[in-house]
Design a protein around this ligand. Sequence first.
Ligand code: NAD
Length: 496
Amino acid sequence: MNPLLLVKKEPYKLYINGEFVASESGKTFEVINPVDNQPFASAYKGGIADVKKAIIAARHAFDEGPWSKMSAKERSKLLLKAGQILSRRVEEFATIETLECGKLYMSALYYEAQMSIDAFEYFAGKARCLEGKVVPCDTGHLNYVLWQPCGVVGEILPWNGPFMMGCQKVCAILAAGNTVVIKPSSWASLSMLLIAEVFHEAGFPAGVVNVVTGPGSEVGDELVRNPLVDMVSMTGGTEVGKHIIGSSKDTVKDIALELGGKSPNIVFNDINVDEIVQWAKFGFTNNAGQVCVSGTRLILHRNIYEEFIGKLKIECEKMIPGNGFDYEKGVNFSTLISKEHASNVWNYIKKGKSEGARVIMGGEPYDDPELAKGNFVPPTIFADVTRDMTIFQEEIFGPVLCITPFETEEEAIEIANATKYGLAGAVFSANIKRALRVAQNIKGGQIYVNTYFSKGMIESPGTGWKESGIGVAGIQKYMISKTVFVDMQDGSIPPA
Ligand code: NAD
């Protein structure tokens, strides 16, 4: 299969008010394949005028359009229909995601695409069981609590999993009864521009879903500041998240932020080293470390320290970097998204060396000229990393592992909690009481015990603690509560 046959020759268009349109400026941008840094497609570049049009369309569809007046059953059926359309086009989406983000095609096809379809099915069901509650009221009044849609939601996405994450978030937004303006990352816009075709074909009313590309400082910023947008959800880096907290203040807008992480992975000495080495490897090399919940700080019991590190090195050296379509050649390690991002990661590697961490492997570019065309950074392992080092404290968002030894349970927890982040974490131990105690004490919103990575992202989403985010997780992130008091007495009057 030639993947380029699935790429449109003309620029991918914005989707506003039920129409595929060029940007007002007519400007386009090249879409780059990070495996060789060559352009393979183009897309219209949105700006403030475009996003304003999209916001008005979403506002109209929510306030006056059919969407908010539809029954949950009707909305659910539309989501199911869209999921079926996506299933039909799954190879196209997996191909585009592989080309644009440098992913492994098999993972894009058999994991991310399947999880994306599942999001349509799950949220189609969820749309029909959004329940409130009745609160016992001593005064004899009836009190009930409703969850209602926020209204117009701006969804700002990162580049590291735009297809799956975009589907999961947009389906939740729609199931809750909102309308949406999606702002994908400029590094990865195509999957959301394409998903607009799915919603269009399924028959979603105009304005319910809108997709506008463009710079975060313009298009994203407008979504945050515009008073016609009721709620903004952003997934991305902590610095941009902090900026959004500031720019949302004038409208006191509801915001939800899913931000960076530096997740601890604690391994006790009562485990099977050969098995757990595989989890440690997977935890920091999956998608070349470009996963928010990556286990990038391995906190390793001193009694197995050198043995574990030696075996981890052997396993990581077996990884085969390359083009994600070359699965038959065994490629299982991907590129970073861009030259700029790879350069940031190299700077952290230099910093790790200069601050005195011990390089176990990696830390130098690959020799292969084919790989030099892309943005590959080999799995890089630093041992003896102390908490005062930059590489211990800051999110690198690449395949860089920092290993720190510990002796006692208390010390492991203290090291785990010694950064500003609180996104995720893991603990490996055969002693289940101890493992659960540690899970309880890691300050983070998503913890894995004797495994790594979430097994139910939409059913059981994690909340970012500390500087890893704000806002509740799950569909209620896109809803707002209302409490209603009902007087059931005939002729009651206020107290004198
Ligand atoms: P980023 O913060 O650079 O960008 C995220 C999005 O915000 C992009 O669409 C960008 O255009 C937009 N943006 C930038 N400036 C803006 C502004 N002033 N106003 C509004 N929007 C603006 O992040 P990234 O590099 O695309 O993604 C990587 C980061 O995302 C990592 O830190 C990673 O940990 C994080 N992430 C977090 C989660 C999570 O669930 N917590 C999931 C995936 C990724």
